[in-house]
Design a protein around this ligand. Structure first.
Ligand SMILES: Cc1cc2nc3c(=O)[nH]c(=O)nc-3n(C[C@H](O)[C@H](O)[C@H](O)COP(=O)(O)OP(=O)(O)OC[C@H]3O[C@@H](n4cnc5c(N)ncnc54)[C@H](O)[C@@H]3O)c2cc1C
Ligand code: SF4
Length: 478
C-alpha cells in the first residue's frame, strides 16, 4: 500500500478534457493526462483492501492494488508488467472501458473511487513511450497451427496468447483493416487507430499472420481451414444490427449507426469511404439528426454528428430516464443503473427518454420527421400516454438499438456450429468449445453484444482452452 492515509487526504481527480467547443472541430482524442505527481497522488488513494473487490469488478481481473502501489512508488516498469499479466491491450481499455472496477472500488461506498482507468492508461502509455513494450517471441514453436476468424479485441487477444505459447497463428479478417469494432465502430475521438496498428506490428513480430479482406465462409471456406489448421477460433463479433420495423423505415434517410460510424472512421484514415457505403455516402452535415438508442453506439453517433456539423442532434430512448445517482448501499459492488453522460453528450444533444417511435414521416420519399409517442413505465410494463403523440423534425435517423447476434452467413453455415436460443455461437466459458471438434468461439460472437474488456477476457481464456486441447496442458493464464 502506497500511502496509508492517502484516501483520507487526497480527493479524486480524474483526467480532464479539452473544451467541447474546441474538440468538436476534430476527430482526435481530447483527454488531458495527469502529471506524474498527480498520478502518484491518485494511486495513493488505493486502500489495498484485504478483499479487493475491484479485481472481480474488472472482467480481466486486473491486479489493481499492486499496480497502484507501484505507481505510487514510481516503479512504472513493474506496474506495466503486472498490468500486462492480465490484459493484452490496456491502452484500449484505458480509453474505452466503462470501468466497472471503479464501481466496485471499496472507496466508492463512502467516497469517490480510485481513478483506476486513468492510472491503467497512464501505465501503458508510458510503457510505449519509454520503449518497454517489445514483441514477446516464444523460444520454441510447437508446430501447431491455429486459424482465428475475426480481428476484434477477442481475436487479437486470443491470437497473441496463442502465438506466445508457440503456436503458428493466422488471423482472418473480412474488413480491409485489423481491429473489429475498435477500428470501425468506436470513433477516433474515443480511441485513435494508430494504437491498433502499433499492436499489430508487435503481433506480427511475434509470428502472427494477418489476412485482411478475407471473409471465412466466402473467400476461404471453413473446410479449407479445417484442412490447413489444427484448430479454429471463431471471434467474428455480433454484427447483426437490430432494425426498426415501423412504416417508413425503409427510406434512405433511415440508416444503421454502423454504416454512419464506419464511413467516418474510414474518412479519418484517408480511405475510400465508399468501400463501406453500400447505400451511398452518408453525413449529418446541416441535418436534423435523430439517434435512436441510448447506449455507447448512440453516444458515438451524437459525437460524430456534432463533428460533422449537424443542425440539431436528438437522442431518444425507449426506457425511462435512469436515476441521477445510484443507491450505493443497494448496488455496490455491482455496476449500477444510473444516468450516464458521455463526453459526446457534453458536446451537445437533446436527450429524451420513455419514447416509442411510431412512424417515419416523409415527403416525396425524403425523411422529414419521426412520429413518436410518450410512454409510462410501470415496472417492466410500458403504456402509451394517450394524446402524447408528437413529431420530431429529422433529415437523418440513425438506428443504434444494439445487435441481435452474429451474421448468419457462410462462416456459421459451413462450420455448422450450434447456436444458442439468442442466436449466438454456443460454447461455455470453461473450454470455449463449440459443438464442432476443435472449433472454439469467444467474444461477442459467443456472448452477444458486450464490451472490449470482456472480449479481451474471452480471447485470453479461449487461447488457454485451445492450447490445452492442442498440447494436453497449458501454462497460459486464464
Ligand atoms: C459503435 C460502438 C461503440 C462501442 N463502444 C464501446 C466502448 O466505448 N467501450 C467498450 O468496452 N465497448 C464498446 N463497444 C463494444 C465493443 O466494441 C465490442 O464488444 C467488442 O469490439 C467485441 O469484440 P469482438 O472481438 O468479439 O468482436 P468485433 O470487435 O465485432 O470483431 C469481430 C471481427 O470479426 C470480423 N469477422 C466477422 N465475420 C468474419 C468472417 N466470416 N471472416 C473474417 N472476419 C470476420 C469482423 O469484420 C470484425 O472485424 C462498442 C460497440 C459499438 C458498435
Ligand atoms: S480493464 Fe476496465 S474494468 Fe479492468 S481495470 Fe481497466 S478500466 Fe477497470
Amino acid at each position: 500500500m502506497g500511502k496509508e492515509t492517502g484516501f483520507l487526504e487526497i480527493d479524486r481527480q480524474d483526467r480532464t478534457y479539452d473544451d467541447p467547443r474546441e474538440r468538436v472541430k476534430h476527430y482526435k482524442e481530447f483527454s488531458i493526462p495527469h502529471s506524474e505527481e498527480g498520478l502518484k497522488n491518485q494511486a495513493a488513494r488505493c486502500m489495498n483492501c484485504g478483499i479487493p473487490y475491484c479485481h472481480n469488478g474488472c472482467p480481466v481481473n486486473n491486479i489493481i492494488p499492486d499496480w497502484n502501489h507501484m505507481v505510487y512508488e514510481g516503479d512504472w516498469k513493474n506496474a506495466l508488467e503486472v498490468l500486462h499479466s492480465t490484459n493484452n491491450f490496456p491502452e484500449f481499455t484505458g480509453r474505452v472501458c466503462p470501468a466497472p472496477c471503479e464501481a466496485s472500488c471499496t472507496l466508492n461506498i463512502i467516497d469517490q473511487p480510485v481513478t483506476i482507468k486513468s492510472i491503467e492508461c497512464a501505465i501503458v502509455d508510458r510503457g510505449w513511450k519509454e520503449g518497454w513494450i517489445k514483441p514477446q517471441v516464444p523460444e520454441k514453436r510447437t508446430g501447431r497451427t491455429v486459424a482465428v476468424v475475426g480481428s476484434g479485441p477477442a481475436g487479437m487477444s486470443c491470437a497473441q496468447q496463442l502465438a506466445r505459447a508457440g503456436h503458428t497463428v493466422t488471423v482472418f479478417e473480412k474488413s480491409d483493416r485489423v481491429g473489429g469494432l475498435l477500428r470501425y465502430g468506436i470513433p477516433d475521438f474515443k480511441m485513435e487507430k494508430h494504437l491498433i496498428n502499433r499492436r499489430m506490428v508487435q503481433m506480427e513480430a511475434e509470428g502472427i499472420t494477418f489476412r485482411t479482406s478475407t471473409e471465412v465462409g466466402v473467400d476461404v471456406s471453413v473446410k479449407s481451414l479445417r484442412e490447413n489448421f489444427d484448430a479454429i477460433v471463431m471471434a467474428g463479433g455480433s454484427e447483426e444490427a437490430r432494425w426498426l420495423d415501423i412504416p417508413g423505415s425503409e427510406l434512405s434517410g433511415v440508416r444503421l449507426a454502423m454504416e454512419f460510424l464506419t464511413q467516418q472512421n474510414k474518412r479519418n484514415a484517408g480511405d475510400d469511404e465508399m468501400r463501406a457505403a453500400p447505400r451511398g455516402s452518408l453525413t449529418a452535415t446541416g441535418k436534423d439528426v435523430i439517434v435512436i438508442g441510448g447506449g455507447d453506439t448512440g453516444s458515438d453517433c451524437v459525437g460524430t454528428s456534432n463533428r460533422q456539423g449537424a443542425k440539431s442532434v436528438t437522442q431518444i430512448e425507449i426506457m425511462p430516464r435512469p436515476p441521477e445517482k445510484e443507491d450505493k448501499l443497494m448496488t455496490w459492488p455491482d455496476w449500477p443503473m444510473k444516468l450516464r453522460t458521455s463526453t459526446s453528450h457534453e458536446e451537445g444533444v437533446d436527450r429524451e427518454w420513455a419514447i416509442l417511435t411510431k412512424e417515419v414521416v416523409s415527403e416525396d420519399g425524403k425523411v422529414t420527421g419521426l412520429k413518436c409517442v410518450r410512454l409510462e413505465w410501470e415496472g417492466r410494463q410500458m403504456k402509451e400516454v394517450e394524446g402524447s403523440e408528437f413529431v420530431l423534425p429529422a433529415d437523418l435517423i440513425l438506428l443504434a438499438m444494439g445487435f441481435v447476434g452474429p451474421r448468419k452467413t457462410g462462416l456459421l453455415d459451413q462450420s455448422a456450429v450450434e447456436l444458442t436460443d439468442r442466436g449466438n455461437v454456443a460454447a461455455d466459458t470453461q473450454n470455449y468449445r463449440t459443438s464442432q471438434d476443435m472449433i472454439f468461439a469467444c467474444g461477442d460472437m459467443r456472448r452477444g453484444q458486450s464490451l472490449v474488456v470482456w472480449a479481451i477476457r474471452e480471447g485470453r481464456q479461449a487461447a488457454r482452452a485451445v492450447d490445452e486441447a492442442l498440447m494436453g496442458f497449458s501454462e497460459l493464464p486464464r
